[in-house]
Design a protein around this ligand. Structure first.
Ligand SMILES: C#C[C@@H]1N[C@@H](C)[C@@H](O)[C@H]1O
Length: 438
């Protein structure tokens, strides 16, 4: 393997308490909020179908008009406590908030730029009240930060001239200053979710990024940083040039999920997911398929079954309101989580053969196994294949532990659970297995 100065600094999973806590979250909430919520995918009467938070980049959207939107930012309905309550009721254990997206607008009062909330009609810090409100309900806060910054004069996508290099040095210092400022201002933050690190210029900054990561980890011991921050000596991100994960968990699953445990390479990972096909920031006119709570619950369960966390995105509007569709989804997901979160929190991958009816999760502490059933077989027989010498001692319904099942052994290590499905079941059911190895 290659000798790397700035490759992975640790092989395998982090085993400290902060990372254990992260690993056991199961469900998170992403919040994309910023100036892009004001146009909400439209400009001068024109509809823009691309991602709403990228509207500044779309053809026909004059940059200087976008860059003046800060003069209109005055979210009268912003209510961080209400957001936190809603997330709590949904069952989210952590929240990731966009402190600064690619447009460079800062939702906190930054000492290092005027392009921030203090210079808007609203005038106040957004991040601080959110951190406080979410901490108060016991939801951990993580800070999204885009390295790519379309507003900063020193930003470059690639370094070609001496001028580029000089300007980019200023940009690097600005980036470091802002990151240290965020950790200074919000010391209860548990980690950073980096984005906008794909440009060639940044891929040349292995040494700078490595040192900055070290500095941030010294500021907040146990800080959790994903794989999307650092490039290695050869400009590779997520996995270094030896194929080893850089950072504390893999951030490659954006709007997609792994199919198998092998695809996760045994790493920690998160899946961040939009409700429409591809809208993170607020778009007033969602078109195409909008995911149902059933679909989102299945993605959550699939993520946990493969040792990942599932982070559902919310895009509040320009007034600071959570839109009705997201409120309804949060309610429906919360109703399922209220009854079934035992199969999610603190659970992860079980190495039993996957079956068509759905997913297994396993509680990392108790060893209890959960069958989360999405596809009921017409004959009501749920197949289970166990490893050798594992028996199914106790099998019962999570919603009513007095409803127990006697597995029918159909082959060695192969069983049927005959479930009395009735026609009215419309949400995933959970069966608990307390195995014993004999
Ligand atoms: C592309 C891209 C960005 N990465 C997602 C997490 C959103 O922030 C989107 O704008």
């Amino acid at each position: 393997s290659l000798t790397l100065k700035h490759g992975a600094h640790r092989l395998g999973k982090r085993t400290d308490p902060m990372m254990e806590r992260w690993r056991n979250y199961g469900l998170g909430q992403f919040i994309h909020w910023g100036l892009y919520a004001i146009p909400g995918g439209h400009w001068n009467g024109a509809y823009y179908g691309g991602a709403a938070e990228w509207i500044r980049a779309w053809k026909g959207m004059p940059n200087e008009q976008y860059d003046n939107l800060y003069k209109e930012f005055d979210p009268a309905e912003f209510d961080p406590k209400a957001w936190a309550e809603q997330a709590k009721d949904m069952g989210a254990k952590y929240m990731i908030i966009t402190t600064k997206h690619h447009d460079g607008f800062c939702l906190w009062p930054s000492e290092f730029t005027d392009y921030d909330v203090t210079n808007t009609p609203y005038g106040n810090d957004i991040i601080g009240p959110l951190v406080e409100a979410y901490d108060a309900v016991g939801i951990d806060v993580y800070l999204y930060f885009s390295v790519m910054d379309w507003n900063h004069p020193g930003y470059r996508s690639k370094l070609e001239t001496i001028n580029d290099k000089e300007a980019y040095e200023e940009f690097k210092e600005f980036t470091r200053n802002q990151l240290l400022e965020l950790l200074e201002r919000y010391p209860t933050t548990k980690g950073l979710w980096f984005d906008g690190t794909w440009d060639a210029a940044w891929k040349e900054q292995a040494d700078f990024a490595d040192n900055l990561a070290t500095e941030m980890r010294e500021m907040i011991p146990g800080l959790i940083i994903g794989s999307r921050f650092r490039p290695d000596d050869y400009g590779n991100r997520h996995f270094d040039s030896n194929g080893d994960l850089m950072g504390d968990y893999e951030q490659g699953w954006e709007r997609k999920l792994p199919e198998t445990y092998e695809e996760t390479k045994g790493n920690d990972w998160d899946c961040v997911m939009t409700v429409p096909e591809n809208q993170w920031g607020y778009h007033s006119d969602w078109r195409g398929h909008v995911k149902t709570s059933y679909e989102l619950i299945e993605m959550l369960v699939k993520s946990v079954s493969l040792d990942g966390n599932f982070v559902m995105n919310f895009g509040p509007n320009g007034q600071g309101e959570i839109r009705q569709e997201e409120t309804q989804l949060a309610k429906e997901i919360g109703e399922w989580m209220d009854k079934n979160n035992e199969a999610i929190y603190g659970c992860g991958y079980l190495d039993w053969e996957k079956q068509d009816w759905g997913y297994y999760t396993k509680d990392r502490q108790t060893g209890k196994i959960y069958m989360i059933v999405f596809n009921r077989p017409l004959n009501g027989a749920l197949k289970i294949k166990t490893p050798d010498k594992v028996s199914l001692d106790k099998v019962y319904s999570l919603k009513d532990s007095s409803q127990s099942f006697v597995p029918e052994e159909i082959h060695k290590n192969e069983f049927f659970i005959h479930y009395p499905f009735s026609e009215h079941i419309d949400s995933p059911i959970v069966i608990v297995i307390e195995p014993s190895s004999n």
